[in-house]
Design a protein around this ligand. Structure first.
Ligand SMILES: Cc1cc2nc3c(=O)[nH]c(=O)nc-3n(C[C@H](O)[C@H](O)[C@H](O)COP(=O)(O)OP(=O)(O)OC[C@H]3O[C@@H](n4cnc5c(N)ncnc54)[C@H](O)[C@@H]3O)c2cc1C
Length: 237
């Protein structure tokens, strides 16, 4: 009976995504990459990863994960793989490639509806990726934990429509925060390389041990007052 009620309340889950929000990403693990093993490297700018970023994450023994993500709009004109090839040919032409992964990363806000009668979406399927960073592992696991807990409660209480509370629980936990990140992402898309450089120079002035996310953000703002205007534009809807 509870399930019937849930079925009556149910609607189709709309899973369409604008291709501009589907980041095109590729990553290799390569050997002979002599980078500092205690540093994560991020590169921004139109030459390396327009509307996205490029990374080198050391993996020990001179191996590293090297990759990038660019917005679907960019990937349509020049693939993520081509950006990666350009970078490798320029900086590490003789590095052996050990593994490669590639795929679409949905960098958007969460779907309007992520549960329905007898179904709960988690992870990329629900668009639970952090739209600013493109990271979807931790947030997908958080979504999965919330969904699993609610599904368990629904079975225990024999109230199957309880699973429909998942949407709000996700929104309260991370979904609303992702909406803010998505607006920031849209603002950052419009930054010129000069602006990125100016932000990087101001961040370099912070002693390494004090480079927390909050300090980075406030320093960037103090040294680039025009950022306040950009941020205001992002948040005025
Ligand atoms: C190149 C690249 C680098 C990335 N780097 C990072 C990173 O550093 N940090 C981070 O947090 N995120 C990263 N991401 C994003 C992250 O990988 C995803 O957000 C995350 O893996 C999503 O997890 P998921 O379980 O939702 O989906 P997936 O990991 O895609 O899992 C879905 C699974 O379902 C299986 N499947 C599909 N269809 C069916 C079917 N019909 N029947 C049965 N099984 C099926 C698939 O084979 C797959 O195993 C990266 C993505 C890419 C492409």
């Amino acid at each position: 009976m509870e399930l019937n009620r849930a079925l009556e309340d149910g609607q189709d889950l709309e899973t369409h995504i604008d291709f501009r929000d589907m980041e095109s990403a590729v990553q290799i693990t390569a050997a002979n990459i002599p980078v500092d093993q205690n540093t994560l490297y991020f590169y921004f700018g139109k030459d390396v990863a327009p509307n996205g970023y490029f990374w080198i994450f050391p993996k020990g023994h001179n191996k590293a994960n090297i990759g990038l993500g660019v917005s679907g709009l960019i990937g349509k004109k020049k693939s993520a793989q081509s950006f990666l090839d350009d970078f490798m040919n320029k900086h590490y032409p003789n590095a052996p490639v050990l593994t490669k992964i590639a795929g679409g990363v949905p960098c958007s806000i969460t779907l309007d509806k992520i549960s329905g009668p007898g179904i709960m979406l988690v992870g990329d399927a629900a668009r639970q990726v952090n739209p600013l960073s493109g990271g979807g592992i931790a947030s997908g696991m958080i979504g999965g934990k919330i969904a699993g807990t609610i599904a368990g409660e629904a079975i225990k209480q024999n109230k199957l429509d309880h699973i429909l509370t998942y949407d709000k629980a996700w929104q309260d936990r991370l979904g609303k925060r992702h909406e803010t990140f998505n607006r920031i992402k849209e603002g950052i898309y419009n930054f010129s390389d000069d602006k990125f450089n100016s932000i990087a120079h101001s961040i370099l002035k912070i002693p390494i041990e004090k480079r927390t996310l909050g300090k980075v953000f406030t320093t960037a703002l103090m040294n680039n007052p025009s950022l306040l205007v950009d941020i205001a534009k992002v948040f005025v809807v």
